[in-house]
Structures are given as structure tokens and as C-alpha cells.
Design a protein. Structure first.
Length: 86
């Protein structure tokens, strides 16, 4: 299954990404890295090669969002951090 996880570099999002990758899913991470960290995605990177795509994008930026590799996904997951999430 192909899945998009927004906020995937945060603590909760990266845990979800790790579980999805471990289960054999292809995952596209979209995160602006304002509070998340690329280090949180290390385990997922080690487990997979081309099944993981990481995009440094703010989902509030519609132009950048539509340019990411989320076309053809089966499932979208959204993880909001903080109180200012859209």
C-alpha cells in the first residue's frame, strides 16, 4: 500500500512511518521540519530504499504540496503537532 504521512518527521509521525515501512508499505513523508527532525526517520531509511520518500514541504503551501509525490496513494495519514496545525 502507498501512504502519505504529513508531519512524518515528528515523534508520533515517525513512529507511524516506522511501522508502515516495517509492514512493507511505500511511504511518502511530508513535513516542514519546524518541530520534526530528519533523525526521527533514520530507522525507516535503514529499512527501505525507494519505498520511502521524504519531502520538506509545508502543507499550507498549496503550490509546493501539489508538487510532491503523493499521486496514486492509497491512504493518507495526517499527524498534527502543536496547537497551530491547519
Amino acid at each position: 500500500m502507498r501512504t502519505v504521512v504529513t508531519g512524518g518527521a515528528g515523534f508520533i509521525g515517525s513512529t507511524l512511518v516506522d511501522q508502515l515501512v516495517a509492514a512493507g508499505h511505500s511511504v511518502t513523508v511530508i513535513d516542514n521540519f519546524s518541530s520534526g527532525s530528519a533523525e526521527n526517520l533514520e530507522m525507516a531509511r535503514e529499512q527501505t530504499g525507494s519505498r520511502l520518500s521524504i519531502n520538506a514541504v509545508d502543507i499550507r503551501d498549496e503550490i509546493a504540496w501539489t508538487g510532491t509525490q503523493h499521486a496514486g496513494t492509497d491512504v493518507g495519514r495526517r499527524v498534527l503537532s502543536g496547537f497551530g496545525g491547519p
